[in-house]
Design a binder for this molecule. Structure first.
Ligand SMILES: [Zn+2]
Ligand SMILES: [Zn+2]
Length: 135
């Protein structure tokens, strides 16, 4: 049996898989998530901090959900997240739309590139044409 301490409440629990939090805290977190999701749906123009305060949920927790793309805010400014590539405000995930495109385009380019340099055309052996004609 794998016994761990819950990272949130410190209680000992039988660890099975996933994050190191006890079933009670996992359930609480799921409740918080649903609450936040609902709140964002009803109050689309709130910032992360306002949402966190209203739902009594940790700001860091909401940001984590946004990074995981479980949540999306309707306004990038409210999300207080920035693209990890260009620093532009984004609503969820790690990259803005353009950088996401660039990343997939970059992948496409490297796939489309031929792996071998073009083969030089083989010169026909002229050996056959150089027969002695004075037979
Ligand atoms: Zn716990
Ligand atoms: Zn970007």
């Amino acid at each position: 049996m794998d016994v761990r301490n819950c990272r949130k409440c410190g209680r000992i629990f039988n660890y099975i898989a996933g994050p190191h939090i006890c079933p009670a805290c996992a359930e609480k977190m799921e409740e918080d998530f649903q609450k936040v999701k609902q709140y964002i749906r009803e109050n689309p123009n709130m910032t992360i901090v306002e949402t966190a305060t209203a739902c009594e949920v940790d700001v860091g927790q909401i940001k984590q959900w946004l990074r995981e793309e479980r949540l999306t805010l309707s306004s990038a400014e409210g999300a207080e997240l920035v693209c990890e590539s260009c620093g532009k405000p984004i609503m969820s995930g790690r990259f803005c739309e353009e950088c996401k495109k660039d990343v997939s385009k970059g992948l496409m380019d490297s796939v489309a590139k031929p792996k071998l340099p073009p083969q030089p055309e083989k010169k026909e052996s002229s050996g056959n044409k150089m027969r002695f004609l004075g037979r």
